[in-house]
Design a binder for this molecule. Sequence first.
Ligand code: ADP
Ligand code: MG
Length: 256
Amino acid sequence: MTRPVSRLSIEDVSVDFGGIRALTDVSFGLESGSIVGLIGPNGAGKSTLLNCISGITRPTRGRVRLDETILSVLSASSVARHGIGRVFQHPELVTELSVHDNLLVACHRALDYGLIGELLRLPNVRQQERDAADKVADVLTRLGIGDSADKRVGSLPYGHRKLIDLGRALLMDIRFLLLDEPIAGLNDVEVARLGEILLGLRREFGLGILIVEHNMPFVSRLCDRLVVLDLGQLIANGPPADVLADAKVMASYLGE
Ligand code: ADP
Ligand code: MG
């Protein structure tokens, strides 16, 4: 499936929290089909930037755009409906429900047939429910956890829960995926699998991926580009090999 290339643009974004300046005039772009790593020491502003893109935090100055649409004036749910998916550092799932049902809940949120349609059980709603169940099964297969569909989320290891959270984002019709430290708490096998999954999503759907991660071997293998934040400012943006050889970047890590 070929789609036109989309561009997510972060334009002169600054964020103040009271007296604290978390981001200062940050600008960079990300195209669909590319994988960009957002790195930097703790407190550099990486999560704040993901929050700005996903509509959770409003920039104090500057804006975020998806092609011609200004996202930074929209609510978080509108941003999600524009195709920006987010995977959080700590997955929030309903541990008492099965994997399948957790994903079905996410799917229903993404569908907009409205309450009336649901109450009247309109035929197109029943069709949509069948489609939703099929979509959930597809996503679980893609993530390699189809065998766990009927298991209670609470009974599964942490690595599986993170994949389920990724599955929730994939059930939306997304063009960009934002991940905040996705491999924290995963073992080596799970890390390798996540890398393969992300590369598959780029290859098959042309997804653009922005990934905050501390593990340098993982990001340099996966990413086309790295963007480095330090104390809220962008200090480097380029191919991983160039960025990791940059004296400013080295200093910001060593100074941590
Ligand atoms: P990173 O994800 O790179 O570790 P964050 O974006 O979480 O960094 O934080 C950047 C800075 O903004 C830090 O100094 C942090 O304490 C501050 N900060 C983040 N969120 C808030 C908030 N909601 N209120 C006040 N300060 C915040
Ligand atoms: Mg963070």
